[in-house]
Design a protein around this ligand. Sequence first.
Ligand code: ADP
Ligand code: ASP
Ligand code: MG
Length: 267
Amino acid sequence: MKVLKFGGTSVGSVESIKQVIQILEKNLTEGERIAVVFSAMGGATNRLIEIGRMAAAGNQEYFELLKAVEERHFATIRGLINVKQQSSTFANVKGLFNELEDILRGVSLIRELTARTMDLIMSFGERLSTTIITETLKNKGVNAEFCDSRKLIHTNSHFGMADVNFELTNRHILEHFAKASALQCITGFIGSNAEGITTTLGRGGSDYTASIIGAALDAQVIEIWTDVDGMMTADPRKVTNAFTIPSISYAEAMELSHFGAKVIYPP
Ligand code: ADP
Ligand code: ASP
Ligand code: MG
């Protein structure tokens, strides 16, 4: 078993999603048993946070921003799926946006935004991207299935940065994969507490989702696909002559990520 995770930039545009699909198809034709975790489209989580805060402040312009996020997802569907087969994906995605719109209307009416509601709002990023990519794979004839990680990743109620209950989580992951035959397309970042309320694992937490699933399944490999070629000596956005480190010890990788190398989420 191999777990692949694609971050925000990898799923941020039609072109990059097409590349992701090629990578997945290559793994499948090589007979590899894989599971895949997706982040929200690049920038989507930040946008959702901004929209939530605007709604809570009573700034009605949140609605314009929400419509722009919706249009970005619709355009992605149009770029990926044949016209004749788009309608069910549109219906799914529109359903998610309707739900999000209701939540935001509630937030703007009561002018209150708790960490719990923010987690619910943020969860739409991964739910949307994963829905679209799963549907695209199915459209290409891949036996793929949307997997909502809230059914698998069980956490406490520390909203925004929830701690995982590994006993329950590992058991549910094993049970789920024992029954699953299709390629599991899993939402990163999100989980749920004992009451089934949506939680998140902290910003950048989709890496962690992939690790939790890989560890539970005793996977041989967990691949974190992103916009840089591996861990580098420094953040290439800040240091132009940074270069890729060919191999790195676990302890060194931990140290780098703890000091802010967001290429890997510390937990
Ligand atoms: P993703 O959305 O795929 O999870 P992130 O933006 O979270 O991607 O992480 C990748 C980014 O991490 C890179 O674009 C890079 O700017 C940054 N980064 C910071 N430190 C490092 C480092 N030491 N090595 C590689 N990338 C780093
Ligand atoms: N979408 C979430 C974030 O932006 C999680 C992730 O991308 O790993 O923080
Ligand atoms: Mg990241």
